[in-house]
Design a binder for this molecule. Structure first.
Ligand SMILES: Nc1ncnc2c1ncn2[C@@H]1O[C@H](COP(=O)(O)OP(=O)(O)OP(=O)(O)O)[C@@H](O)[C@H]1O
Ligand SMILES: [Mg+2]
Length: 363
């Protein structure tokens, strides 16, 4: 039974009912090492259906074809690389794909500048190594190692932040499909079902550019920012709802107009023009992604629930907007002020309360 006090449950526990229902009605062939057929995985990710009375929620909202390509890649001998702007659901999709396919989304290596080759391969429990010498019990297996051994999927987050020797370690694993442990005279072959889902952020490009050799071992799927405002509003509304169930926010869901205002502001500042394309705008330095809009609204709900009457007001929103938009004190403050005066103020009475609250904060 899932522990309700855990702050964030892995997808396979949070959505266990959906996964179990999909498995129980699955009639298509199930690939070796998988828990359900590719089609069932697609249904799990895209949702919008009911199985055995259990509604399957949409995990990824956007082009289904991209999800199909991602799933199909995992059937081949190539690994999957999800790339895109920050907050385009790369990690989210990778977690849900592994949850549905293997029932375990927790084999993760977080890529940073400090990630070492051992974190991709294996390391040692030094106390035991000294006491007993190299032996299987003294070995600390990496998530990738465990995935190879069990024929499941490991996730490597932010792969382009890893140093090149770490990326090279992955090349050898992905091409040989085996990992050698010379200390034990061991060769670990990858079992069927083994694959890797990596994510990379386009904003990190150039930090440690992935080599052509590594890229060639991946099928690359680019996750786009939502193409229309309606899509983005749907993502934000759905995710805020789901997110707030798990948190004790004591606030009601923000209404459609509120969501529309936040998404409009984000889309305009992101693209550097008003939605109707008539007015050019200066862009701000912070990342105004869909993910950011989701957390802004959740923050506003927390403010409203804790210090207000439980419904999100313009003041609650303004606090979050100021924090999201103004990342660089000097430059962003000026852009934001221009936006407030030249765009928001002129949008009529619906926008006036938000304009006033934002102006007050931006000083
Ligand atoms: N198209 C989408 N469908 C469903 N949810 C989305 C979509 N786009 C963004 N989200 C939501 O945005 C949130 C953040 O996504 P996630 O952390 O996966 O972003 P990311 O692409 O990994 O970003 P980063 O590059 O910063 O790591 C998630 O809660 C996810 O539900
Ligand atoms: Mg991510």
């Amino acid at each position: 039974m899932a522990d309700k006090n855990v702050q964030r449950l892995p997808a396979e526990e949070l959505y266990q009912r959906e996964i179990d229902a999909l498995i129980s009605v699955d009639k298509d062939p199930v690939p070796t090492g998988w828990r359900m057929s590719p089609r069932a995985v697609l249904h799990y990710i895209t949702g919008e259906c009911t199985v055995k009375g259990i509604p399957i929620s949409a995990k990824y909202i956007g082009d289904w074809r991209l999800v199909e390509i991602a799933i199909a890649t995992l059937l081949t001998d190539r690994a999957l690389l999800l790339i895109g702007e920050p907050g385009t659901a790369k990690s989210w999709l990778s977690e849900h794909l592994t949850a549905a396919i293997t029932g375990d989304s927790t084999k993760v290596v977080q890529g940073t500048a400090g990630t070492t080759e051992e974190q991709i391969r294996y390391s040692w429990n030094y106390a035991m190594l000294i006491a007993k010498g190299p032996c299987p019990e003294a070995m600390v297996k990496s998530p990738v190692y465990r995935a190879m051994e069990s024929g499941s999927i490991a996730r490597v987050e932010e792969i382009s932040r890893c140093a090149s020797e770490v990326q090279d370690a992955l090349i050898s694993i992905l091409s040989e499909k085996r990992l050698s442990v010379p200390e034990l005279g061991l060769e670990v072959p990858a079992r069927k079902g083994f694959s890797i889902i990596a994510t990379a952020n386009t904003r990190d490009k150039g930090v440690n550019d992935m080599s052509a050799a590594l890229k060639r071992r991946f099928n690359i799927v680019v996750l786009p920012t939502p193409s229309s405002i309606d899509d983005e509003m749907e993502i934000v509304q759905t995710r805020v709802e789901e997110l707030s169930w798990g948190l004790d926010l004591n606030a009601s869901q923000p209404d459609r107009d509120t969501v529309e205002q936040v998404v409009t502001i984000f889309r305009e500042l992101r693209s550097g023009a008003t939605l109707d394309g008539k007015q050019k705008l200066k862009t701000t330095s912070g990342v105004l992604s869909t993910a950011e809009a989701i957390s802004l609204l959740a923050n506003s709900m927390a403010l409203a629930g804790s210090f207000g009457d439980g419904s999100v007001t313009a003041k609650d929103l303004a606090a979050g907007l100021q924090g999201a938009v103004v990342k660089d004190e000097e430059k962003d403050k000026v852009c934001w002020k221009e936006y407030l005066e030249n765009v928001m103020k002129k949008r009529g009475s619906d926008w006036l309360p938000l304009y006033r609250a934002c102006r007050e904060l931006n000083g």
